[in-house]
Every structure is written in structure tokens, then in C-alpha cells.
Design a protein around this ligand. Sequence first.
Ligand code: CU
Length: 298
Amino acid sequence: MQKFMRSRRRALFAGMTVVTGLLAAACGSASSSGMSGMDHSATPASSSMPGMPGMDDMPTGDGLSAESAGFRFAPAGTTVPAGQAASFQFRITGTGGKPVTAFEPDQTKLMHFYLIRSDLTGFQHIHPTMAGDGTWTAPLAAAEPGSYRAYASFITKDATGKAVPLVLSRPVTVPGTAAAAPLPAASTTTQVDGYTLTLAGDRLMAGMSHELTVTVSQNGKPVTDLQPYLDTYAHLTAFHEGDLAFAHLHPHGTVNGDHGGPALTFEAMLPQPGPWRLFLQFRTGGVLHTAAVTITVG
Ligand SMILES: [Cu+2]
């Protein structure tokens, strides 16, 4: 059996077969060893390209700025109460601080909102609703105490009518005693709700585009009844350990009914080297599943 070291230099997906499933994304487990907070930031946030249309016009960059291309992520507050459902309100402001109310659908939604804790636990992916005045409300599930980052991913238009895809983010605090969970070791497999997901592909290098294949199985059999979720068979977001840089991995192919799987192919372009936590969401039988796995980018 292969052992997985969290080395940045080795090939992660080199055709290895791994049988061990492991997933422990629970908050508050064990001690806080080896966890780097948000202030650990050896990597500059300069790899983002604000306003640059990406593949399929999807938002690009590392998502670490609160402001880009004249647009700003403006939360009503940056503190969220611990341990209870809460509303997170924000606006996207443009020229002169005016709230933006015109957005373009991206993967069927006008706004995608994400929350992640500094130890890469506590993932939330929400589709907020917008009031007429441009105030978005995201219904958050209960969050454990800690330092978080909140991200707004959307497509709006500039003054010339050109589509501007953006991911903007800000730190958010959930008050209380925070117990950080150590990041699970890098792996090519993970499990959720009885499904096993296996990752395959070339060694991922920072800033380069790679194909990443995720194969879904259940009890050793290929799964072929994935249902569309947000116009795709799987939604994959990734967060970088330390600075919490954000990446959305673009799926290949089109959806055709409830027949997705077993193999899903993504275009993986992760802007920074080091450990990333991947959150892969897929739907079967009307239920949304969220799997998590750590990968290392060279
Ligand atoms: Cu979304």
C-alpha cells in the first residue's frame, strides 16, 4: 500500500491505486498541530487576473481580493454567531459605491457564495437571494467558532456591457474558542454517503491547466445515475491551505439527464503550490453529496 507524504515535489496522481478511504472533515477534532492560519501568507495574491474572462466566462483568479475591476464585496457585517443558523447579508458595489443589481447566470445561478474556515473545514456553498436594492442574503448553516473567509462568485457587466466574472472574498469571524483540525493527508480517494471517489490525472503544477478525472463508485460498482447539479454532474471547488485562495474546477462535457458518471473530467488550474482541499458536490436520488479530499500541487 502506498503511503502518501505531503511533499510538494512528488507526483500525486501517478496512476497509483489506493484502497484506503479517509475523510475526516469534522470541526473540533483533536489538536491544532500543523495548522496554518490566514496570516500565514508566503504566497502573493498577485496571480489573479481581475476581469479576465476565463474558460466559459467563469470567474478566474485566486479570489483573495475584496475588490476587483471596480467591484467590491461589501458584507453588512463580518461576524457570524457560532453554532446556529444565521443570515449573511452583503452587496456587490460598483462605481461610486452603488449596489450592483445586474448579474448574469453562471452555472444556473446569479450568485454563488462560499464559506470556509481557516483549517479548511466548515465548507458551505450557498445560493443567496437578492432583494431589489441589491442586498444578497445567504442562509448560513450553523458554523463552529473560528476564522473564516466568505466568497462571492458571480458575473456582472462593466460600463461597456462586457461580462466581468469575479470571485471576491473577505475574512469572517465566528466568535468563540476555535479548535483547529489538522488537514487530512493528501489522497487520491475519499468517501461520502457510501460513495467512493477516486482521483486520477497528471501531477498538478501550480498555474498550469491539467485534466483531473474523478470516478464515482458504490460498493465497488461504477455509479452511472448522477443527476445534474448546477448544469453539471459535479461541482468542484478548492481552497488553498494557509491563504485560503479559491479555485473552481471547470467540468468537461455536457449533462444529459440522470445518467452522469462514473467518470467526471475537470479542467484543474490551481494558482498556487501546496495543499488544497477539494470539495466535490454531486447529486443522486435528489440528495446533494459533498465529498472532500486533500491534494498537493507542485
Ligand atoms: Cu454555487
